[in-house]
Design a binder for this molecule. Structure first.
Ligand code: DGJ
Length: 551
């Protein structure tokens, strides 16, 4: 089965940037108006919203195609793309979005059982009947999207289930189906994966348990065996649904993740309590990587509020070499995310970024952004301005991130050809003068303030080097000076000896602010020269794309 490395629209990569609605917005179409308005005010291009199984198949075998096509029509009218979220067997470790005819039939649709026989309000991943019912409805959904949208391609991706796993105080299903699976053998390909990827957490667990070539789940994975079984059952279930859906309409499909505590841990690190057991968490993701052949990626809901935890998630889910690119379907509109998304995009190849609960970003007038969303608006506007460059240069060494960590005053970026050094300053220019232009007087006065304060908006941006001497920049609260690499003979040219001399000695052929037109051509809006360049190439989110041509 073919896997997609990127989300594509009309055969070209499409970087999705936007917001996910709250869980209940799509049930009543007019409720979507805040979501459309919010994503437009933020400067994004996509709304992600649920197609709940209970709304799509309210009676068995009777499908509500209009639920889907009405949403597509509305998104088109707003000029936005859609990601559909298939809330079915799993929604955050529950079966809340299953139709009533499924919820009421506990005999046909097997539930997860506790060890003491208590029935948990969740469908068992070991039941073929459950899987077939979900799959049939998902295939119908893909057919409706295909028939209505394959020309226009408003729907760009579909999420299969939501944060799948068992959240009910058990690490596995103790029903007769679950017991049989627990007593069964671990598939050989999981052992092969451990051998091929000895550095992974899964392989380390396997080694610790004795590196058995075969056996049941506990024999092969020790104490982790019970959750490994659940992860494998869920990964297989979701991937089978994805494969069947792709046969009907081949667009980007992914599964999202309720994260575990990563390497630092949370509470007692108990699957089934601290996160849904079997979800594609950092500790389980390799089982998904080994098992899933149809899903295009496994996507973390990255709400982490702390730098090292945030970065750990970015790295754990960026595996394009295994066929699983980084995609962040849910995150927050806060400072950390608005900053680190630039690192994820430039350094880890993130193919899209969404925030959750986008409705809360916009005021009741549907135009004014609420203050907490401003930083995200800055980020989205920068990324949108640079979209043609992003879609062209992502996954190449020609894209660089400027990212300020709390306490940092600067960063040095070396260009791909080894000719240039780019000195990025997060404070004031080398000569200490915080000049920008008349439009940014307030920004100039505030530049460099709050470097040590994690709650103050941090500097960030992207630099694209499209030719040896041609750079495009989008950024905020930072300025860049360009210098030639130092000579091999050990000397330091006078032009590099004092930071204040850098801008005056840079041989700019041209510095402009501009935008890309519909055809992707760069259009100059403002020329910068004299005072506007003599303190470095300063970047603010609202100046569009800065082009720098050097001699
Ligand atoms: C993650 C889930 O995937 C979303 O559907 C939503 O419930 C958010 N959590 C709420 O924080």
């Amino acid at each position: 089965m073919k896997k997609h490395a990127r989300i594509m629209v009309h055969g070209k990569p499409f970087f999705t940037l936007g917001g996910q609605t709250r869980n209940s917005s799509s049930y009543v179409l007019p409720e979507m108006r805040r979501a459309w308005a919010s994503v437009k005010a933020l400067g994004g291009n996509t709304v992600a919203t649920p197609v709940p199984w209970d709304a799509f198949e309210p009676e068995e075998g009777q499908f509500n195609a209009a639920f889907v096509t009405d949403l597509i029509d509305a998104a088109r009218a707003e000029g936005l793309k859609l990601v559909f979220l298939w809330f079915a067997t799993w929604k955050n470790g529950t079966m809340e979005y299953c139709p009533i005819w499924v919820k009421k039939d506990t005999k046909r649709f097997q539930r997860v059982l506790h060890k003491d026989g208590t029935v948990i309000h969740q469908l068992s991943a070991h039941s073929r009947v459950n899987l077939e019912a979900d799959k049939r409805a998902f295939c119908k959904l893909m057919q409706v999207i295909r028939d209505y949208d394959q020309e226009e391609q408003t729907v760009i991706a579909v999420q299969v289930e939501n944060e799948a796993g068992i959240l009910g105080g058990t690490r596995r299903d103790f029903s007769p189906l679950g017991e049989a699976a627990f007593a069964g053998s671990v598939p050989g390909y999981l052992v092969d994966y451990c051998k091929a990827h000895p550095e992974t957490l899964l392989a380390r667990r396997w080694q610790k348990a004795g590196a058995a070539e075969s056996g049941n789940w506990v024999q092969v994975f020790g104490r982790y065996g019970a959750e490994a079984l659940t992860a494998h059952a869920i990964a297989s279930y979701i991937d089978e649904i994805a494969a069947a859906g792709k046969e009907i309409y081949d667009i980007f499909l992914y599964a999202n993740v309720w994260l575990d505590g990563g390497s630092r841990g949370n509470n007692l690190n108990l699957a089934g309590i601290d996160w849904p057991a079997g979800c594609a968490t950092i500790r389980n993701v390799d089982i998904y990587y080994a098992t899933c052949k149809a899903l295009d990626t496994i996507a973390p809901d990255n709400y982490q509020m702390e730098l090292t935890r945030y970065n750990e998630v970015t790295r754990a889910y960026a595996h394009p070499e295994n066929g699983f690119p980084l995609y962040v379907p849910e995150s927050h509109a806060g400072n950390l995310n608005a900053t680190l998304m630039f690192d994820a995009i430039a350094n880890y190849g993130a193919i899209g970024y969404h925030i959750f609960g986008t409705e809360s970003c916009v005021a009741p007038d549907l135009e004014t952004l609420n203050p907490h969303a401003e930083l995200m608006m800055h980020s989205m506007r920068m990324l949108t301005a640079a979209m043609p460059l992003l879609e062209k240069y992502q996954d190449t060494p020609r894209i660089h991130a400027m990212v300020q960590y709390t306490g940092e005053m600067g960063q040095v970026i070396e260009d791909v050809d080894g000719n240039w050094k780019l000195a990025v300053s997060f404070g004031r220019s080398g000569d200490g003068w915080p000049a920008t232009d008349f439009r940014h007087d307030k920004a100039s006065r505030e530049e460099g303030q709050g470097i040590m304060d994690p709650t103050v908006e941090k500097a960030r941006g992207l630099i694209f080097q499209v030719a040896d001497n041609e750079f495009y920049l989008v950024g905020h609260k930072c300025r860049v000076n360009f210098a030639q690499q130092e000579p091999l003979d050990g000397s330091i040219p006078l032009t590099m000896a004092h930071p204040g001399m850098l801008p005056t000695n840079a041989n700019y052929l041209s510095v402009t602010e501009g935008h890309f037109d519909e055809q992707g051509a760069y259009v100059v809006d403002i020329v910068r020269s004299g005072d506007e360049v003599r303190h470095g190439i300063w970047c603010q989110y609202d100046v569009g794309v800065i082009r720098v041509l050097l001699d």
